[in-house]
Ligand binder design. Structure first.
Ligand SMILES: Nc1ncnc2c1ncn2[C@@H]1O[C@H](COP(=O)(O)OP(=O)(O)OP(=O)(O)O)[C@@H](O)[C@H]1O
Ligand SMILES: [Mg+2]
Length: 325
């Protein structure tokens, strides 16, 4: 590990099982996360990518403390927070902030922007009124919102402006880690690039550490330092962005990235990934989860579940035929 790569968050073998109703009486286990492990390094952006339902939001919620992990650990600031609620986490909770997908429902409609931004400063810092105002104004400049907006309410803004406000709110306490769950996918296409650029500028200026959840490969290409590819609740590949785009090892990654457009095209769920149904997280197959959609499948792939193999140079992949093709 190079000097510049300090681990900020360590996710190890996290499992999340939901008990879901099937039919009128029966309940079954839904395996939303299966032994998910990854590291997030200080000042870097890790993108979590994968199709709908693969568990991206669930891992985000476990990290935030909104869901308790069924098993596994999430180490942040030398503390395992995997089973702690936000309240139990105490002061360290302010160091993880979230930007949500929907800027319409994530801002309290009854509060002025000023109140939304000032409240965390009142609760978590000893700043005086003047200092709080100066902090807010400087952040408004950073995220590109006019100072006069502070006196207005969320409904007076467009989606893009609201997302800028949501970004300001996430940043106001200078958190150690930002979780961004599809922060641009609900926005107008014409606005998406602006918000992406803003996030990239802020990353450079504040050396932000971000876990960026997306299903959009073109976004991954722009924003990431590292990428974790998820499939059916597990990481199937993890590597630096450059390594992953140059040298994808998992057939699923290969399929996703083979269609990378430069401008916005949603994850190619409907084109290249037509092959086979996604397995259900309720009755998981005993072999490789991707086998039924994999062009390289052999019988052995369906016999036992593959482990995530460390290929060196921080590149890991989970495929029974790794290195064969
Ligand atoms: N509260 C819950 N109760 C039961 N099942 C849940 C719950 N939350 C998520 N799931 C299930 O867990 C799996 C993972 O869901 P999750 O929302 O994490 O996927 P995702 O990758 O974020 O998908 P999307 O791209 O659509 O946002 C899905 O099968 C989903 O139905
Ligand atoms: Mg989600």
């Amino acid at each position: 590990m190079s000097q510049s790569e300090v681990k900020l968050l360590e996710v190890r073998d996290v499992e999340k099982i939901f008990s879901v109703k099937v039919g009128s009486f029966e309940k079954k286990d839904l395996h939303a996360l299966n032994k998910v492990s990854f590291d997030v390094f200080k000042g870097k952006t890790l993108s979590l990518v994968g199709e709908s339902g693969c568990g991206k939001t669930t891992i985000g919620k476990v990290i935030l403390g909104l869901y308790e992990a069924t098993n596994g650990s999430v180490v942040f600031q030398d503390k395992d927070i995997a089973k702690l609620s936000p309240a139990q986490r105490g002061i360290s909770q302010k160091d993880i902030q979230m930007i949500f997908q929907d800027p319409y429902s994530s801002l309290n409609p009854r509060k002025k922007i000023k109140t939304i931004l000032e409240q965390p400063l009142k609760i978590h810092t000893k700043m005086k009124k003047k200092e709080r105002l100066a902090t807010m104004l400087s952040l408004c400049d950073d995220v590109g919102i006019d100072h006069t907006y502070l006196e207005r309410y969320p409904h007076q803004f467009s989606g893009g402006q609201r997302q800028r406000i949501a970004i300001a709110r996430a940043m106001i306490l200078k958190p150690e880690l930002i979780l961004a769950d599809e922060p641009i996918s609900a926005l107008d296409v014409s606005i998406q690039a602006q918000i992406l650029n803003l996030m990239m500028d802020l990353k450079d200026k504040y050396k932000l550490t971000t876990l960026f959840i997306t299903h959009d490969i073109s976004v991954v290409k722009h924003l990431s330092d590292y990428v974790a590819v998820m499939y059916l609740g597990e990481i199937v590949e993890y590597a630096s962005k450059d390594e992953l785009f140059k040298n994808p090892k998992h057939p699923y990654t290969e399929m996703l990235f083979s269609t990378v457009p430069d401008i916005r095209t949603p994850l190619a769920t409907e084109s290249v990934l037509k092959t086979g149904e996604i397995q259900s997280p309720i009755d998981l197959p005993q072999g490789c989860f991707f086998a039924n959609r994999c062009p390289y499948k052999v019988d052995a792939c369906e016999q036992s579940h593959p482990e995530l193999v460390d290929l060196g140079n921080k590149h890991l992949a989970r495929c029974p035929r790794i290195g064969e093709f």
